[in-house]
Design a protein around this ligand. Structure first.
Ligand code: UDX
Ligand code: UDX
Length: 434
């Protein structure tokens, strides 16, 4: 089967490489010529564990190719996936669909023989139908179907999520498209992954509903953590007690500095807009968005409290900048809100991150210093803030860290450490909801 993946980003590159691993002939097409040149030369533009060897193996086997050209690529495709970005629009909170629609127009010109155009990007209800209209208008002779096949890939474990999914959702309008997509995903049968076939709209809403529900769990536990801080209780024990109820489940109940990343923030905002536009009520998700913003500001207050009530002229060492570990993605990372606010309050900041310092330096104020060496980040620090739970921060040599510092405050925004052990080591320790 010949597959074209438009957009070789976090989602498109992983999905394309995984389809190639399943035996399909895949071409990843991206308008970013520098990215395509890098990929052709064997350089992976993002950090995603396992992706380099997957790309290398499938490129060598001739099943994975890269191009910037629609002409000569689309004609041979059985399936064309659209995996371009769908960022939040500058105004409002709607998903910006201009890249999806421009891809649809470019695809339309070159269609030759029956082809399925599949939306993989997260898009509001009705987008697949609009893609269909655009293609039919641009090329009335085209023989095609549209489909919706949302991704559920977590950065950092995207390949495993693709290869061993909890489910695959496929929205289609025709038996022919259904059969071809089921054939493409047939290698998953060995793992007995449920494949759910729906109409186009249900597939589109399922993606938003799944992300909004997971984001709701996070904002919920963050509010319970706040309650524990004010009324007493340990949120870790509460989360355990909650999660053991199989109707609730234990995942996504970790309190933290607010959710970030390429999906939850933009998808919750887009779902609220979509509901408003459709005349539906979406109060729960609206509250999730607000609570998440407040959570980041609460983290600022927590750090300032650890500094004795003022950040003025205090030295803050930050461990971790990305929105989660095992990625270099900085999109909507909580550090992008928390650190500028601490600077505004007069703090000096030195930061460390295993993967994202170069990217972060372009997004954060210039006043922030970066340290290549983990422990040196804490030199002269009044407080160490653990922002992202990278593995190398889970087993810190605490004595060594403390020797570098001039103060002894440690603010653990991921609840990695144990209060009593930290106090034994001489730290003034605070965490979330305990
Ligand atoms: C994806 C999805 O598109 C988004 O809807 C989903 O919710 C999250 O993941 P992601 O892969 O993370 O986005 O985005 P990014 O890494 O920015 O990759 C998008 C790629 O598409 C980029 O390489 C960009 O150059 C390319 N692109 C963009 C095109 O090839 N054509 C365009 O018109 C626009
Ligand atoms: C998410 C979805 O999980 C995935 O299915 C896909 O739709 C893309 O978006 P991703 O953004 O890569 O994946 O990471 P995820 O592991 O879901 O974490 C998102 C954010 O929530 C991170 O900032 C993380 O730190 C935070 N989080 C997650 C919590 O604060 N607590 C939790 O319990 C879980």
């Amino acid at each position: 089967m010949n597959v074209v993946m438009i957009g070789a980003g976090y989602v498109g590159l992983v999905s394309g490489s995984c389809f190639a691993e399943f035996g399909a002939n895949v071409t990843c097409l991206d308008i970013n010529a520098a990215k395509i040149e890098a990929l052709k030369a064997g350089n992976i533009p993002i950090y995603e564990p396992g992706l380099d060897s997957l790309v290398e193996r499938n490129s060598r086997a001739g099943r994975l190719k890269f191009t910037t050209e629609f002409a000569g690529t689309i004609e041979n495709a059985d399936l064309v996936f659209i995996a371009v970005g769908t960022p939040t629009e500058n105004e409002g909170g709607h998903a910006d669909l201009k890249y999806v629609y421009s891809a649809a127009r470019d695809i339309a010109q070159y269609l030759d023989g029956y082809t399925i155009i599949v939306d993989k990007s997260t898009v509001p209800v009705g987008t697949a139908r609009e893609v269909k209209r655009i293609i039919a208008d641009a090329n009335p002779q085209a023989d095609f179907d549209v489909a919706s096949n949302p991704e559920f890939l977590r950065e950092g474990s995207a390949i495993d999520d693709f290869m061993r999914p909890d489910r695959v959702v496929i929205g289609v309008e025709s038996q022919r498209a259904r059969a071809m997509l089921l054939e493409l995903y047939r290698p998953l049968n060995a793992d007995q992954a449920p494949i759910l076939v729906t109409d186009l709209e249900s597939a589109e809403i399922t993606k938003y509903a799944a992300n909004a529900f997971l984001a709701t769990k996070i904002s919920f536990i963050n509010e319970i953590a706040d309650l524990c801080e004010k009324a007493g209780g340990d949120v870790q024990a509460v989360a355990k007690g909650l999660g053991l109820d199989s109707r609730i489940g234990s995942k996504f109940l970790h309190p933290g500095p607010g959710f970030g990343g390429s999906c939850f923030p933009k998808d919750t905002r887009a779902l609220v807009k979509l509901a408003q536009d459709s005349g539906a009520s979406c109060r729960i998700v609206q509250a999730v968005v607000e609570v998440n913003h407040e959570q980041k500001l609460r983290m600022v207050e927590k750090i300032v409290r650890a500094l004795g009530g003022s950040a003025q002229d205090k030295n803050i060492a930050v461990l971790g900048l990305t929105f989660k570990p095992e990625t270099d993605d900085m999109r909507e990372a909580s550090s992008l809100t928390i650190l500028p606010e601490l600077l505004r309050r007069g703090a000096n900041i030195r930061a460390h991150d295993p993967q994202s310092m170069a990217i972060a330096a372009r997004l954060l104020p210039q006043a922030i210093e970066y340290s290549d060496e983990l422990y040196a980040t804490a030199a002269n620090a009044d407080v160490v803030v653990l922002m992202t739970e990278w593995n190398e921060y889970r087993g810190l040599q605490l004595e060594k860290l403390k020797r570098f510092m001039r103060g002894n405050a440690f603010v653990d925004l991921r609840n990695v450490y144990d209060q009593s052990i930290m106090e034994e080591q001489g730290f003034s320790y605070s965490s979330i909801g305990r």
